[in-house]
Design a protein around this ligand. Sequence first.
Ligand SMILES: [Cu+2]
Length: 107
Amino acid sequence: MKTKILACAMATLFVVAGAAPVTAEVVINQKAKKFDKKKIEIKKGETVKFVNSDSISHNIHSRSAGYKFDLGVSKPGTTASKVFDKAGKFKVRCAIHPKMKLTVKVN
Ligand SMILES: [Cu+2]
C-alpha cells in the first residue's frame, strides 16, 4: 500500500515537472496607454500576464474571429492573465484605449 502511494506521488511530481515549459508565462506591461510590445510569439498553452503599470484602468480583450475573450477592467497596479490554448494569430486590444494594440501569435 505504501509503495503504491509513493509511486503515485512520484508520478505526480514527474507530471508537474514535465508540464513546466507548457505553463510558461510571458509578461506584457501596460504603461502610458501602451503595451510594451507590439507582437509576441508564444506556444499553445502558455500564459500571457498583463501587468497594469499605469495610473488608469485598462480592459484587455480580443475580438479576433474564433477567439473572443474579455479580461474585464484591470485597475492600476493589478495583473490579468490569459492562457492561450488555441493556435493562431490574435489581436489583443484595450476596450478603453483603442490605440493599444498587441498581436499574439500562438504556435
Ligand atoms: Cu487601456
